[in-house]
Design a protein around this ligand. Structure first.
Ligand SMILES: [Zn+2]
Length: 145
């Protein structure tokens, strides 16, 4: 039980408004949970979550973070199927065949760079999507996708 600050009547603690006088008993953010800022995703965090694993070919984590699941899944699978094979291929090659000099690295280098560039690009994509997401969530409430 709690006491209404407006009319002084005892009311149930879980209520958002006093049933006697209608006075709000919580901050408006909690009285209107759909306007809550708790769903907001920090674009910088989204970017880092997408970026750091993205540099080694693990894509889509920033998209998962903001609920863009399908696009995140496509990116993730792309990373697993395509680019992680390049990294694993390089690793296995070095383990099995040993280091064959600079020519080995030059063969993989374009793929490593391409993999990292795609990682950066998809991190920026999740960054801009998170800003769009936040704009919709703070304005209307429902998650946009
Ligand atoms: Zn009251």
């Amino acid at each position: 039980m709690t006491v209404c600050p407006n009319c002084g009547r005892e009311v149930m603690g879980y209520l958002n408004f006093c049933p006697n006088c209608g006075h709000p008993l919580r901050s408006l953010d909690r009285a209107y949970p759909y306007r809550s800022t708790s769903k907001v995703r920090d674009p910088r965090i989204t970017f880092l979550i997408g970026m750091i694993p993205g540099l080694i070919g693990i894509y889509g984590l920033g998209h998962f973070y903001i609920g863009k699941t399908i696009r995140g899944l496509v990116l993730f699978l792309m990373g697993v199927l395509v680019f992680n094979r390049i990294f694993l291929g390089l690793l296995l090659y070095l383990l099995v065949a040993g280091w064959g000099g600079e020519s080995d690295l030059y063969g993989y280098l374009p793929w490593l760079i391409l993999g990292a560039l795609v990682g950066i690009a998809q991190a920026f994509d999740s960054f801009f999507l998170s800003r769009k997401y936040n704009a919709i969530v703070t304005k209307g409430g429902m998650t946009p996708w």
